[in-house]
Ligand binder design. Structure first.
Ligand code: GDP
Ligand code: MN
Length: 378
């Protein structure tokens, strides 16, 4: 789950990271008032779940409350990489001497958190990695011990020469690690970490992604969820207890079990098709889940066919069949449905489907090939 900059800054502040104050507002008038309360010299920043806001015109310096109001007027409602700006953060403008990058993320190859730091911050870190890779230092953190003091010191010394700045950055790196660990983050990033003319090291931008699996124990973080910023289909899937990922193809997939769902997507590709989604209805026998799944799939206008691939084990095929029939009663489905069911209560399922006018397959190859051919013609 992605959260907004102002929320990420709250998590960082709680861990002790020096972060300038700020106020989140939704109207130009409020932006003007907030700017006045900070003395007029402010930055107005779009709050959207994407980086590169600066380049897109979503981060603007103002030297008076009136100017802040004018910036807010422009930025609110702006579209940045497909996200509409609903809120802006108004924060005191800082004078900047240098901009560095400090980030920590879960790295699959080392199976541990990895810090990445670079004295060349402010810009895209991917760009630095490409053009000047020696300007980035990576440090893997052994989760058994956490961040060790010498690691934090070495990274800080890579960023700065001035002893006072090294000392401040060492502390900030430790605090960032605390925030990362305490909040089940998969990513926590400060870009830029600035040095002011007075020699103070501060975080003026914050980006955090949370591992959804950790949210059950973090109600305050769960409350950061912004439903306006995630596709409606994903909200609905989560509420129905379905694992769902929207993709770009036209074959809507409804499968039980994550492994079978992956195999189904592979087979769709093998036959020359493109899956419209990953959807795992789970291992339980619940017709309501099937109804929800069909509602989600059919609400995607690019879906040309719906493909069910059910391997009945704990999931009973007859329950899935009932769900399909129930769903076609509750919602108007014009999209052709191709069904493959095999396993527990398969015979009962085929009977239920037949009565409702559906035919079903038992071979996975056959149903996928047929569905893909149909999607290609559509
Ligand atoms: P991003 O583009 O989404 O990463 O947004 P940032 O918050 O990182 O802002 C982009 C750039 O705007 C920064 O790298 C700075 O150069 C500039 N900027 C942001 N806040 C301030 C500020 O308070 N003072 C000054 N002088 N520049 C700022
Ligand atoms: Mn940034």
């Amino acid at each position: 789950m992605d959260i907004h900059e102002y929320q990420a800054k709250e998590l960082f502040r709680n861990a002790g990271v020096p972060v300038p104050p700020g106020e989140v507002v939704t109207t130009p008038e409020e932006a003007e008032a907030a700017a006045a309360s900070f003395g007029g010299q402010v930055v107005v920043k779009a709050q959207v779940h994407t980086g590169g806001r600066g380049k897109a015109g979503g981060v603007k310096l103002a030297s008076s409350p009136e100017e802040a109001r004018a910036h807010a007027e422009k930025i609110l409602g702006m579209d940045i990489k497909g996200f509409t700006v609903e809120k802006v953060l108004v924060t005191p403008a800082e004078d900047i001497e240098t901009e560095a990058y400090v980030g920590v993320l879960v790295d699959r190859s080392t199976q541990s958190p990895v810090f990445m730091v670079s004295p060349e911050g402010g810009v895209d870190i991917e760009e630095v990695a490409e053009t000047n890779p020696e300007a980035i230092r990576k440090v893997a953190i052994d989760p058994r011990y956490g961040l060790l003091p010498h690691q934090a010191y070495a990274m800080a010394a890579f960023l700065y020469d001035e002893p006072s700045q090294v000392k401040q950055a060492t502390k900030i790196i430790g605090q960032l690690h605390d925030a990362f660990t305490a909040n089940a983050c998969s990513l926590a990033e400060i870009n830029p970490l600035i040095v002011t003319p007075a020699g103070e090291v501060k975080a003026i931008d914050a980006k955090v992604s949370i591992d959804e699996s950790g949210l059950f124990r973090l109600p305050e973080v769960e409350a950061y969820r912004d439903l306006d910023s995630e596709p409606a289909s994903e909200t609905k899937a989560r509420e129905a207890g379905l694992s769902f990922v929207k993709l770009d193809g036209n074959v809507g997939c409804c499968v039980n079990g994550a492994g079978l769902a992956m195999a189904t997507m592979d087979l769709v590709k093998y036959y020359g098709g493109e899956p419209a989604n990953f959807l795992d209805i789970g291992g339980s026998s619940n017709p309501d889940k099937v109804v929800a799944a069909l509602e989600i799939i059919t609400s995607d206008p690019s879906v040309e066919v719906i493909l069910f691939n059910i391997f009945g084990g704990i999931t009973r095929c007859d329950d899935v069949a009932k769900g399909i029939v129930e769903a076609t009663k509750r919602i108007d489905i014009e999209t052709p449905i191709f069904i493959r069911l095999t396993g527990t209560n398969e015979t009962e399922a085929l009977e239920i489907l037949k009565e409702a006018g559906f035919s079903a397959y038992t071979s996975m190859d056959e149903v996928v090939e047929t569905a893909v051919q149909h999607a290609a013609k559509a």
